[in-house]
Design a protein around this ligand. Structure first.
Ligand code: UDP
Ligand code: MG
Length: 194
């Protein structure tokens, strides 16, 4: 089989009806600028009780590069991400939140790092200025606890990542874990340059 030249973006979405169209359109525009037609956006609807999935279907009817997967119930973000990784066909796969908390404007830079040879590109938060004091405190505790226990670094880490196809295949075929922590496992795999 010929290797894919497509770039995939996976967006897990739970009750994101309000912002999903804007998010998908913004990401589509950025992708078109950097890879022309060779992209797909996969929104994994994680058992939303609003009309997130219907909105994705409408977008998909207009542009077939936008694809929707509907999970049968709310399985949680980690499982939604995994379903997206399983479905994605891209040579590189980018994972991103639906609420645009992580700026998609970084996608071109992530693709440059990948083209330069990176297998995994982690987007790291330089500042948590927009987080509340409680969010900062809980993120600090959780990330330091996991980093301490697991011997991996997830401090200031996020689920905004680019994975090369090689890594996606390891994720979908070679890791037996059923309960996953995406940002921890990508760090644990190694192979990242920055
Ligand atoms: N999400 C999901 N399933 C869930 C909860 C969240 O797919 O059960 C999605 C959500 O729609 C968003 C991303 O995961 O795209 C991050 O969720 P959220 O913004 O609530 O998390 P936080 O910003 O606190 O990390
Ligand atoms: Mg968020």
């Amino acid at each position: 089989m010929k290797p894919s030249t497509v770039i995939s973006v996976i967006i897990p979405a739970h009750n994101e009806s309000q912002g999903i169209e804007v998010a998908v359109k913004q990401i589509a525009e950025i992708l078109t600028e950097c890879v022309d037609n060779a992209w797909e956006i996969i929104v994994v609807d994680d058992g939303s009780s609003d009309d997130t999935y219907q909105k994705v279907c409408t977008l998909s009817q207009v542009d077939a590069r936008i694809k929707g997967i509907a999970l049968s119930r709310n399985f949680g973000k980690e499982n939604a991400l995994l379903a997206g990784l399983d479905y994605a066909t891209g040579a590189a796969v980018i994972t991103l939140d639906a609420d645009l908390q992580y700026p998609p404007s970084f996608i071109p830079e992530m693709l440059d790092k990948w083209r330069a040879g990176a297998k995994i590109v982690h987007a790291v938060k330089r500042s948590r200025a927009k987080d509340s004091a409680w969010q900062k405190f809980t993120a600090y505790c959780i990330n330091h606890l996991i980093s301490g226990l697991g011997g991996i670094n997830v401090k200031n880490s996020s689920d905004f990542k680019l994975l090369d196809r090689e890594i996606v295949d390891i994720f979908t075929h070679q890791l037996p874990e059923k309960q996953r922590f995406f940002r921890g496992l990508t760090s644990w795999l190694g192979l990242h340059l920055f």
